[in-house]
Write a protein that binds this ligand. Structure first.
Ligand code: 3NM
Ligand code: MG
Length: 493
């Protein structure tokens, strides 16, 4: 668990019957982790030390299975005893320095802050993250001090940015649930600093289906990050180096330009060493694979791996011929990929199944649940993000699995729509390399909404008029986002 914690959906537990009901806490926590909770805080203000230690150990076994940090509220001694990843301390609890001394270095210490002063003091003392609240009134915590609302959160975020604490992660807490998460995330955000996630108790612990509740909250948090990523592409103009097929070169380059990236369509790998150093990303698209092409792909893959820059694999028609099946195997063993994007049979082939695929067309026969299992499994197998396209797109990094329902059937009637989605997500991953899953979701949502909006334009009568309208809508979303106009995001689903 050496990687940076992900604060997107921060679950705080509650063992009281009013919230937990008759359910078993470890079961509820496990369900929430399946749904996508990214960090857990065990909070029990009244239990005996012995009981709390026993439960903390049980929960730690569960969170470890999912590779998610477990923090303990207040009771630093319990955290030390069970060796979990850290603690959360309130303003009335132990001093941060003392907790650090007891826990040793490398553990996470979070602090509650309900004002600018408290937030700045905690940052100065070395807090690893802040829990900002109370946002909305809540029945869960009886002794809340002040209800600060999204505007109070925004003021604190602003102060953190002004005082040089932009890099301290933040979550908000208090009365946050699926009906207001998007609001608090968007209303508290500024281009300089936004929340990293939301902390919830009852929205998950009291839910009938904690996994579904967590999944829904995760989608909202990821969705709230999309404008930031689209804006980052516009600001940074990242290189999208496409080694792609003849059919889509022109269209892919136009898509890259429309979203604000800088395309280069170079299939000659001798150039890749130089290009890999320019801070962009590579797309390997197997659309028209040849022996010469394979040599180039492998050389370029190694160059981008060495430069630690993102690589998107688009295994076009992977299951169609034995040549392509073999090519996929060779590529997978030649380096590592950041994102693998494909339709159902392509992803099944990359996963190791022998599936018959007619040409490069897509068809989906699996249910959404089966497709979700497939992307998660391949993501784990390869240690990368997998994007499975279809009427419902499914994305996973092996831990978090997200569905996107945007798009339009006209995308299936033009050539290269899948390939240019690969180009789109490469640009997002290049501009936002901290979280390729979120980058891939951003690209997929932008792409799908642009298609829907284009298809709805009065002058669009079919595939021919759709293509230019689609480019216009991609461009329109980018420009609107740069102006801070985010109305289009309401179409995300
Ligand atoms: N801390 P719910 S509010 C544990 O404001 C906690 O510091 C708060 O529960 C603070 O998500 C709170 O059910 C409870 O509203 C939040
Ligand atoms: Mg406390």
């Amino acid at each position: 668990m050496a990687s940076k914690p992900d604060y997107s959906v921060y679950l705080v537990t509650d063992s009281t019957p009013a919230i937990l009901g008759a359910k078993d806490l470890p079961d509820v926590v496990e369900a929430s982790l399946r749904g996508g909770v990214t960090i857990v805080q065990y909070r029990d203000k009244t239990g005996s030390r012995e009981d709390v230690t026993v439960m903390a150990s049980k929960l730690h076994r569960v969170t470890q299975k999912y590779g998610v940090p477990l923090l303990i509220n207040d009771r630093v001694d319990v955290a030390v005893e069970i060796g979990c990843e850290g603690v959360h301390i309130g303003q009335d609890d132990m001093e941060l320095q003392q907790a650090r001394l007891l826990l040793g270095p490398g553990k996470i210490i979070g602090v509650t802050a309900s004002s600018k002063d408290e937030a700045l003091r905690a940052c100065a003392a070395g807090a690893d993250y802040l829990g900002i609240g109370t946002v909305y009134s809540t029945a869960t915590k009886k002794d809340t001090k002040s209800i600060i609302g999204p505007s109070g959160v925004s003021e604190i975020l602003h102060a953190l940015h002004e005082q040089g604490h932009s890099s301290t992660p933040t979550v908000c807490i208090g009365g946050v649930n699926a009906s207001n998460a998007s609001t608090v995330l968007s209303q508290s955000a500024s281009p300089q600093k936004s929340l990293d996630g939301i902390a919830v108790v009852s929205a998950v612990i009291a839910a009938d289906d904690p996994a579904a509740a967590s999944r829904q909250l995760l989608s909202q948090v990821i969705c709230a990050k999309i404008p930031h990523i689209i804006a980052a592409v516009g600001d940074k103009t990242p290189l999208s180096h496409n080694m792609t097929n003849l059919v889509v070169q022109n269209f892919a380059a136009n898509v890259a330009l429309s979203i604000g990236a800088s395309p280069i369509m170079s299939n000659y790998a001798e150039e890749a060493d130089d290009l890999a150093d320019l801070g962009g990303a590579l797309v390997l698209n197997m659309g028209t694979v040849t022996p010469e092409g394979m040599k180039n792909y492998i050389q370029a893959l190694r160059a981008y791996n060495a430069a630690e820059r993102p690589v998107v694999l688009d295994p076009v028609g992977a299951g169609a011929t034995s040549v392509r099946r073999k090519a996929v195997k060779i590529l997978l063993s030649s380096g590592s990929f950041t994102i693998i994007k494909g339709n159902q049979s392509e992803i099944q082939t990359v996963h190791g199944a022998t599936v018959t695929q007619r040409g490069v067309d897509s068809a989906s026969s699996l249910s959404i649940a089966q497709r979700a299992t497939l992307v998660k499994s391949l993501a784990r197998q390869r240690g990368c993000v997998v994007l499975l396209t279809g009427p419902t797109d499914l994305l996973s990094d092996g831990r978090r699995t997200v569905r996107v329902d945007n798009g339009h059937e006209l995308l299936g009637m033009i050539t290269g729509s899948g390939c240019t989605l690969g180009t789109t997500v490469s640009a997002m991953a290049a501009a936002y390399d901290t979280d390729p899953l979120v980058a891939a979701v951003a690209g997929t949502v932008m792409f799908g909404i642009a298609a829907e909006t284009a298809a709805g334009r009065q002058h669009v009568r079919g595939p021919g008029s759709f293509v230019p309208a689609f480019l216009d809508e991609l461009y329109g979303i980018r420009k609107a986002t740069a102006r801070g106009e985010l109305g289009w995001l309401a179409l995300a689903k």
